[in-house]
Design a protein around this ligand. Structure first.
Ligand SMILES: CC(C)(COP(=O)(O)OP(=O)(O)OC[C@H]1O[C@@H](n2cnc3c(N)ncnc32)[C@H](O)[C@@H]1OP(=O)(O)O)[C@@H](O)C(=O)NCCC(=O)NCCS
Length: 161
């Protein structure tokens, strides 16, 4: 699996993230999805992965201020050439450790029902899909998750033991 190291992100990492995010995501991301302020205000839960000494992935997350037992992963991306090598798992496991340190037993994340890789990835990381009234491609989805048309999402939850 090579040499993977994880560290906290800092605001100066935003340039490197913005330089690759559209490519790693596979399409342009909206400006609301990532902003430098995440790194300024959620540094402990925003993580940078290096694999074999190069920038290999990042995770943007936060501890919920409303639900004191929850932490939320906003998004994650791994360099395409480094996929299936454990980088995504390493980022998530570090996030789980930070969440546990803050007594956050519930981890939440969401993905588009079109993103089958993300669905499998979350299931491998022991997330379960929350039941919903609606389905797309046999996946339960919450419609208009972000309050806007076209933002139907699969909702994942993982309860730490
Ligand atoms: C989803 C993503 C982060 C996974 O990162 P990764 O580093 O390739 O994942 P890992 O190698 O750590 O794999 C973790 C587990 O998921 C599984 N997995 C990962 N990609 C998979 C795929 N394409 N098909 C099937 N299983 C897959 C692995 O088999 C592994 O299982 P295991 O650890 O139990 O053996 C990466 O594909 C990515 O950046 N995609 C684009 C951005 C995105 O869709 N982000 C998620 C939505 S926020």
């Amino acid at each position: 699996m090579g040499n993977i190291s994880i560290r906290n992100a800092v605001p100066d990492d935003s340039e490197a993230i913005l330089a690759v995010v559209h490519d790693w995501w596979g399409r342009p991301i909206g400006s609301g999805m990532f902003s430098k302020f995440f790194l300024a205000h959620f540094s402990e839960t925003c993580l940078i992965a290096k694999r074999n000494d190069q920038f290999g992935g990042f995770l943007i997350g936060f501890l919920s201020q409303t639900h004191m037992d929850e932490a939320y992963i906003r998004f994650v991306a791994v360099r395409p050439e480094e996929r299936s090598a454990g980088v995504g798992r390493a980022l998530y496991e570090e996030f789980f450790a930070v969440a546990a340190k803050h007594q956050r037993a519930i981890i939440r994340s969401v993905t588009s029902p079109r993103n089958k890789t993300s669905v499998v990835f979350h299931q491998r990381l022991e997330f379960v899909i929350e039941p919903q009234e609606h389905t797309i491609d046999n996946l339960p989805v919450q419609l208009n998750y972000h309050g806007r048309e076209g933002t139907d999402r699969v909702l994942f939850v993982r309860t730490c033991r």
